[in-house]
Write a protein that binds this ligand. Structure first.
Ligand code: CTP
Length: 224
């Protein structure tokens, strides 16, 4: 019997956290890294679902795309696909904080607060790390300093198999850039520098490096 294709889940782009229907806090993630990973996974013959925050990119061909806005929407969409996926690439730039209150009506400008009270948002990847049953989890760490040490700490804290550390704020790397440089760190202590290269090229290499672990994770695991 032919093996079923590997099921790959990817998150991409920013999330938005609203404090009224027309105003939100967010970040400048372009979604390019995640869309490149989705395309590279598809090119491998994997079955791909892509959950994306608001970005100006067209749906990659042959990929099931779910568009979301808030962190809660992204979390819910990922939870739907997560139990059956073999690998998750969590490239999304999820907001860590959100307004404590969301007004159902547009707040008039003379009533806009000088200070917006914030609360922590759910750490989606940490939640999925607690739920994993053999899926390979690949996180992305955006750092401006102590890149590798911080990334390693996140790998452990979120129960990941790999983390791709990304130095933001330097030319040729990060959120809105066409190119990127990643340090791929694995749970077993491996470390490899990928790039600098175009995001699609990096995505191909990333899939290559992660594929053996995905195959191993699949063995002996009954999918629901
Ligand atoms: N992530 C997530 N939910 C959040 C924040 C982050 O799922 N609320 C995921 C990101 O998609 C990424 C990984 O966690 O794959 C690391 O994100 P990063 O922003 O680098 O780290 P944080 O956990 O937010 O920690 P810090 O802001 O302290 O660097």
């Amino acid at each position: 019997m032919e093996a079923s294709p590997i099921r790959c889940l990817v998150s991409a782009g920013p999330t938005r956290e609203y404090f009224d229907p027309v105003r939100f806090l967010s970040n400048p993630s372009s979604g390019r890294m995640g869309f490149a990973v989705a395309e590279a996974a598809r090119a491998q013959g994997w079955e791909v679902a892509l959950v994306s925050g608001p970005v100006a990119l067209p749906d990659p061909e042959g990929v099931r795309v779910v568009r979301v806005e808030t962190g809660d929407e992204m979390h819910a969409a990922l939870l739907e696909y997560f139990p059956e996926c073999d690998v998750l690439f969590m490239t999304a730039a999820v907001m860590d904080t959100r307004p404590r209150h969301r007004s159902p009506h547009k707040v008039k400008k003379d009533r806009l607060p000088g200070v917006i009270e914030m609360e922590p948002a759910t750490d989606i990847l940490a939640d999925l790390g607690r739920r994993k049953t053999g899926q390979t989890l690949v996180g992305f760490a955006a750092e401006t300093e102590n890149v590798e040490a911080n990334a390693r700490a996140k790998l452990v804290r979120k129960n990941l198999d790999f983390i791709a550390a990304n130095e933001v704020g330097v030319p040729g790397s990060g959120f809105v850039s066409e190119t990127n440089r990643l340090v791929l760190i694995s749970r077993d202590g491996g470390r490899e520098v990928l790039g600098p290269a175009l995001k699609r090229e990096l995505a191909d290499r990333l899939i290559d490096r992660v594929a053996p672990s995905v195959a191993r994770g699949r063995e002996g695991r009954e999918r629901p």
